[in-house]
Design a protein around this ligand. Structure first.
Ligand SMILES: *Cc1c(COP(=O)(O)O)cnc(C)c1O
Length: 219
């Protein structure tokens, strides 16, 4: 673990009232255990199989976040324990999560992933698709999911102005969706944006959850 980086990050998290999701994908169990022993409890993984294997072997009080693309047929594996799913990008997936959450007698916190980057490869909903999903009568019937916010990824670029523009755009979408659909739901408050390369910009633009991997491990 790169504790020097964490010690630099911690006061910034506090100043912005943001939380850190330690992205542990591709890391061995020993690295996760080291974070755990240091006191971190929120871990993010992007693949279901890896997430489940690690969850089974590590302490039960870890809060697990799925941050990568989720296929409907894999929801059943994580439904018993997952705390947050950041990467919901369709109503069909949300219905599947709802079904398995109900079977486990749980309510699963979800974020809707928004497409904000000027790249072709990223998953997510555009603004209109987001609004259509939230207006869909079937959405309103889902009792075992709770939409707690939005997630997005900026373009992978060194152009910090472009990144800031994309994060501000997501913050604007968040504000609009919050007032239009969630004005009476206090739990809609999370904006999951910012990774190792762009977390400072994300914090300045209103991020509440940073998803940081490489910087936490590589000195
Ligand atoms: C890997 C990953 C991260 C963390 O990226 P780093 O550059 O290692 O900090 C954040 N979000 C998602 C969705 C990822 O897959």
């Amino acid at each position: 673990m790169n504790t020097a980086f964490y010690n630099e990050l911690a006061p910034q998290l506090k100043a912005h009232q943001a939380t850190l999701i330690a992205v542990t994908k591709n890391q061995p169990l020993s690295a996760l255990q080291e974070l755990y022993d240091f006191g971190l409890r929120r871990f993010g993984e992007n693949r279901v199989q890896e997430l489940c294997e690690k969850q089974q072997q590590l302490p039960a009080d870890i809060e697990w976040h799925l941050i990568g693309h989720l296929q409907s047929n894999k929801v059943k594996y994580i439904a018993p324990f997952i705390s947050y799913i950041h990467s919901v990008d369709s109503l069909k997936l949300l219905e599947e999560i709802n079904k398995h959450a109900a079977a486990n007698n749980r309510i699963i916190k979800c974020m809707l992933q928004c497409y904000i980057a000027s790249e072709e490869t990223k998953y997510g909903l555009d603004e209109q698709e987001l609004i259509d999903l939230l207006n869909d009568p079937n959405f309103k019937t889902l009792q075992h999911i709770e939409i707690v916010g939005l997630m997005g990824m900026a373009t992978n670029t060194s152009d910090t102005k472009l990144i800031a523009q994309e994060f501000k755009h997501l913050k604007n979408i968040f504000n609009q969706i919050q007032s239009q659909f969630f004005s009476t739901q206090k739990s809609f408050k999370e904006l999951s944006m910012g990774m190792s390369s762009d977390y400072q910009i994300a914090l300045a633009c209103g991020s509440t959850m940073l998803r940081i991997g490489s910087m936490l491990f590589n000195p």
